[in-house]
Design a protein around this ligand. Structure first.
Ligand SMILES: O=P(O)(O)OC[C@H]1O[C@](O)(CO)[C@@H](O)[C@@H]1O
Length: 550
């Protein structure tokens, strides 16, 4: 276990506290930009595939220098290297954390051969299935939850431009039958491949859905159904024996050193590879690997994941911000906030350090968001004028990319309309970060006409309602295009950023004991749904059970 100090026990932490008490908490972005024409450049970083404008954040050169000193005192580089070398840094489960090995070129990483054997095998299978004229498969249903669902569910629409029109992907995760029933209702078992994705192959939701899918398949397939399961079901799991017991013979394995929320690069990525093909899946891995190299090799001053992680610590522990909103201005990235919720909140939602000592400071922020511009018409009101300051992370993509067969045939007028929409999208993205920062003073509001304001109110009252405090921080990440490589790099960037804040907080970012209690209580409650027995339950749970069964 790392002996590196916890962030709050370092000299840099005390210096940051002093800095915060002085200029650090009073930084005004408008004044900072006015005083420094070079601020945008000084606080921008280029990492592989991802450019980051960090200049609209509430920090200055001193803040950044102190945060970098904090990172060094917490031995961030040694801790990173320990992870990359395969040391068992997930000490509560005695496991290494080696998702980076899944995207390293052959021969480079620990376990490289084994990883590439499975990858080659999986991608050969992918190409067979994608030859739909021969395979007869037109639909793929991925059954999995959490890390066995969110990654593929986020990546497949993001890479829509690269997907095959011959295969349609469906995702089922919830134990609620309202998830699987509408999916299966529309499908023909003879044209369907069901993937049962579960690291453990014991997860209640996934096992229940897999059993329903199996029953649906056998009922719909008719004669020869049992034998056809070999062709129409595949499993992605570390528990190959359990998959075999379920009756699945096509299995792609992975290893206990791949955390569920870090697993889209492993066999759990099978639905992604089926959607975009082997070459594009390899490009996704290569993009992530490029970001891994950046994380491993760039000096801290130029290291984007580390700087993002440091900003997260600054915001959470010094400025007291409890949440961060993610606004991808690309409809294909609409599931990115949900994906990041698991990545960050399951990793860093911890309240004891590596030694099990309670932490005296906050850890994971709430991560939430929605694709722009949709979020603007929902919760951005609160971001601009609410009482809480919530840093926003914008993701913008310079060049749009549509699935060729859909767009090339479209009339010129439609294509011109799409190009115009893209500029509107990007203008909205920039305008939101500008508005958050610039705000609008009451005097400015007084000077403007407000034709829709009630005539019953005096001008000063109306102006106070139309005032924006401004000085609200944001980061803007820019990708040139949402290619498989760019998406791989973006996801890896987030993984390493979560590692960085977790390492400074000296927590184990790679276990998830917090999900266990609810699972155990659910298993205790379940038999009561058959018997109606409420004996020994707390009053609320007993009354709710009665109501649900009555
Ligand atoms: O892949 P499995 O084993 O079905 O687990 C699914 C998910 O359940 C969790 O264990 C808890 O939510 C996640 O960490 C994991 O991604």
């Amino acid at each position: 276990m790392s002996t590196a100090p916890r962030c709050d026990r370092t000299e840099a932490w005390s210096r940051l506290a002093d800095h915060h008490a002085g200029v650090g908490r009073a930084l005004d972005l408008r004044r900072a930009f006015a005083a420094d024409a070079g601020r945008a450049g000084a606080f921008s970083l280029q990492a592989p595939e991802v450019f980051a404008d960090l200049s609209k954040n509430l920090w200055d050169a001193d803040t950044r220098a102190l945060l970098l000193a904090l990172a060094r005192e917490c031995r961030i580089e040694q801790r990173r290297d320990a992870m990359l070398a395969g040391e068992p840094i997930n000490h509560t489960e005695g496991r290494a954390v080696l998702h980076t090995a899944l995207r390293a070129p052959r021969g480079v990483a620990p376990f490289g051969d084994e990883v590439h054997e499975v990858l080659d095998c999986m991608l050969a299978y992918v190409e067979q299935v994608r030859d739909t004229a021969t395979s007869g498969i037109r639909h793929v249903v991925n059954i999995g939850i959490g890390g066995s669902d969110l990654g593929p569910q986020m990546v497949v629409p993001a890479l829509d431009a690269y997907t095959s029109p011959a295969l349609t992907l469906h995702f089922v995760s919830n134990v609620d039958g309202h998830d699987i029933a509408p999916v299966l209702r529309r499908l023909d078992p003879r044209e369907t491949l069901v993937i049962v994705a579960s690291k453990t192959f014991t997860t209640q939701e996934t096992m229940a859905n897999a059993a329903v899918a199996r029953a649906w398949f056998l009922a719909g397939y008719g004669e020869g159904g049992e034998a056809a399961i070999a062709k129409h079901f595949a499993a992605t799991t570390t528990n190959v024996a359990a998959a075999a017991k379920f009756g699945i013979t096509t299995t792609f394995g992975f290893w206990d050193w791949v955390g569920g929320r870090y697993s889209l690069w492993s066999a759990i990525g099978l639905p992604i590879a089926l959607a975009v093909g082997a070459e594009n899946f390899r490009a996704l891995l290569a993009g992530a690997h490029a970001m891994d190299r950046h994380f491993a090799e760039a000096p801290l001053e130029a290291n984007l994941p580390i700087q993002l992680g440091l900003l997260d610590v600054w915001y959470r522990n010094f400025l007291g911000f409890t949440s961060r909103s993610v606004a991808p201005y690309h409809q294909g990235l609409r599931r990115l906030p949900a994906y990041l919720q698991q990545l960050e909140m399951e990793s860093n939602g911890k309240s004891v350090d590596l030694d099990g000592e309670p932490l005296p400071f906050g850890t994971s922020p709430v991560v939430w968001g929605e694709a722009g511009t949709n979020g603007q018409h929902a919760y951005f009101q609160m971001l601009h004028q609410g009482t809480d300051v919530i840093p926003v992370e914008f993701v913008a993509v310079k060049t749009p990319c549509y699935r060729a067969e859909g767009i090339a045939d479209l009339p010129e007028g439609v294509r011109a309309g799409l190009a115009d929409q893209h500029h509107k999208l990007l203008a909205n993205c920039l305008a939101q970060s500008q508005a958050l920062m610039l705000g609008k003073s009451t005097d400015e509001a007084m000077g403007e006409s407000a034709p829709t304001a009630s005539k019953a109110l005096d001008a000063a009252t109306v102006a106070r309602h139309r005032t924006f405090p401004g000085n609200r921080p944001s980061t803007t990440l820019v990708l040139d295009q949402l290619t498989p490589a760019a998406l791989g790099a973006l996801i890896a960037l987030y993984e390493h950023r979560v590692f960085t804040s977790g390492a400074l907080w000296r927590i184990n970012s790679f276990d998830q004991w917090g999900v266990e209690l609810g699972k155990a209580l659910c298993n205790q409650l379940l038999p009561r749904f058959a018997t109606g027995d409420t004996a020994g339950l707390d009053g609320s749970t007993a009354a709710l059970l009665d109501r649900l069964l009555g």
